[in-house]
Write a protein that binds this ligand. Structure first.
Ligand code: BES
Ligand code: ZN
Ligand code: ZN
Length: 484
């Protein structure tokens, strides 16, 4: 989708339709819109998009979306309104859309950012494997921000940046949506190498017996039953040579989670190509850090494996020594994410000495049970870092909510035959048990764990987002790292 900025208003916007956003009881200077408000057709409530035919105007149609009461207006409502206008335009098979900057009490750069991201993310669907005729809605070819008399250059810069971010979110969605027969560990390595080469970044890949040589035994055990061998990928982005800080972003990258010998039931396994969303998001973050030249040092870490079933599978009752020397009793082979992350976390701490760590993982179904698809779970060992992640999530509309990590939960993962086990108190407090396990591998380094299982993949389209991968929480990360 091309994005243009023009000094248009509703009256002279030359597109197939112009989108207008209104608060409740807000008046409008355009006569047709004023008449529609007068007639009660347009109310400013957040309930869908109203189409006004306007053949007397160059745009021919006005698509009006409500923003709710003025006093309750939050930036995410702008994004949702822009998304609903774009979806309506796609249903109507329109190609060129103008969006009028609404007259509201918010900086125009923020408004532009929300509108462009809302529009681009709503233009996405994963339809590359279907015939063009079967694709439900066509895409928007060109979006013009109708900026009236405002500062066009400033708006253009914001729009460019918003477009770059939204494109990356869509690239992450593509990577996660694609099936695991295509996106397997080798392919993840290829993607990582392509990003590194494009930007001249150093990359290290540890695979096969090298994993055992470096005592990455948990990662090796989880991945060894698959035809695609497991690997640890590490990419360095030196964004700020003047800073001693280094942020490690660690993403769970299970290209498919069968559950191992504790095999998942078919319904739970259906979407398990999503189990690499953490790693895909970390790759997106490192690519964006380069494209946006974020002034911060980042190390991306992807433990990559397929949790398969076969004669080589690891099994319940096995005791495996982790990279940091702790022994782990395998209680459940479907709790594999914490195992591969454990080795990745202690390895990056040993070799890169990060000052902060954030891990992203589709770790537990329990997080989805707890929060539905609206929030991800956050746990960690550092209140200040948690607050920063929380704030970034609020800004980016990719919200997190903290769960506690009290010592009692650390008792729950003690094992009778090893130092720890990869399960807590049965299935109770599953999300906390997962984080309590990871906490054994981060020591004192300030660390936040995001359990993204609730938000990474949605089975039904909602809030302007297509069904499938969402690309969340890439925008949270960009917000956090941009203001680091
Ligand atoms: N990948 C799953 C978690 C998951 C579930 C992600 C639903 C996305 C949507 C993870 O590896 C897993 O299987 N977790 C188990 C842990 C249990 C065995 C302690 C779970 O949540 O059931
Ligand atoms: Zn699992
Ligand atoms: Zn998993």
């Amino acid at each position: 989708m091309d994005i243009l900025i023009k000094p248009w208003t509703v009256d002279d916007a030359a597109a197939d339709a112009v989108g207008v956003m209104l608060c409740e009881k807000q008046e409008h200077a355009n006569k047709l819109i004023a008449q529609a408000i007068e007639a009660g057709d347009v109310t400013g409530k957040q309930n869908g998009v109203f189409v006004i035919t306007a053949y007397s105007l160059p745009c021919k149609r006005i698509l009006v979306a409500g923003l709710d009461e003025k006093e309750k207006l939050t930036p995410d409502k702008l994004q949702k309104a822009a998304a609903s206008i774009i979806q309506k335009a796609r249903e109507l098979r329109l190609r060129e859309i103008a969006l009028a900057l609404p007259d509201i009490d918010l900086a125009e750069s923020r408004i532009t950012d929300e509108l462009v991201q809302g529009a681009l993310l709503a233009d996405y669907d994963f339809a590359k494997h279907t015939d063009a005729e079967h694709k439900k809605h066509q895409h928007i070819a060109c979006l013009t921000i109708a900026a009236g008399g405002r500062d066009l250059d400033k708006i253009k810069n914001v729009a460019e940046r918003a477009k770059t971010i939204a494109q990356e979110v869509c690239a992450v969605r593509d990577l996660v949506n694609e099936g695991s027969d295509t996106i397997h560990p080798e392919r993840i390595e290829e993607e990582a190498r392509a990003i590194s080469e494009r930007h001249g970044l150093a990359i290290e890949v540890i695979t096969g017996n090298q994993l055992l040589d470096k005592k990455l035994n948990l990662l090796h055990a989880v991945g060894r039953a698959s035809r695609h061998s497991p690997r640890l990928i590490i990419i360095d982005y030196p964004g700020n040579p003047h800073s001693t800080e280094r942020i490690a972003l660690v993403g769970k990258t299970i290209t498919f989670d069968m559950g191992g010998v504790n095999v998942k039931p078919a319904e739970s396994m259906e979407t398990m190509r999503e189990d690499m969303a953490g790693g895909a998001t970390v790759l997106g973050a490192i690519d964006l850090a380069c494209r946006l030249r974020l002034p911060v040092n980042i190390t991306a870490v992807l433990p990559v494996a397929e949790n398969a079933i076969g004669p080589h599978s690891f099994r319940q009752g096995d005791v495996i020594t982790a990279h940091n020397g702790k022994t782990v009793e395998i209680k459940h082979t479907d709790a594999e994410g914490r195992l591969i992350l454990a080795d990745a976390l202690s390895y990056v701490i040993e070799t890169k000495h990060p000052t902060h760590i954030i891990d992203l993982a589709t770790l537990t179904g329990a997080a989805l049970v707890c929060f539905g698809t609206h929030l991800m779970a956050m746990l960690g060992n550092n209140a200040r870092l948690q607050q920063r992640v929380f704030d970034a999530g609020e800004h980016a509309h990719e919200r997190v909510w903290a769960l506690p990590l009290y010592d009692e939960y650390k008792e729950d993962i003690k094992s009778d035959i090893a130092d720890i086990k990869n399960l807590g108190d049965g299935r109770n407090a599953g999300t906390i048990a997962g984080a309590a396990f990871l906490a054994e591998f981060v020591g004192e380094t300030p660390w936040v764990h995001l359990d993204i299982a609730p938000v990474a993949f949605i089975e039904k389209a909602s809030n302007g987002r297509a069904a499938g991968a969402t690309g969340v929480p890439l925008r949270l990360l960009v917000e956090l790292l941009s203001n680091w």
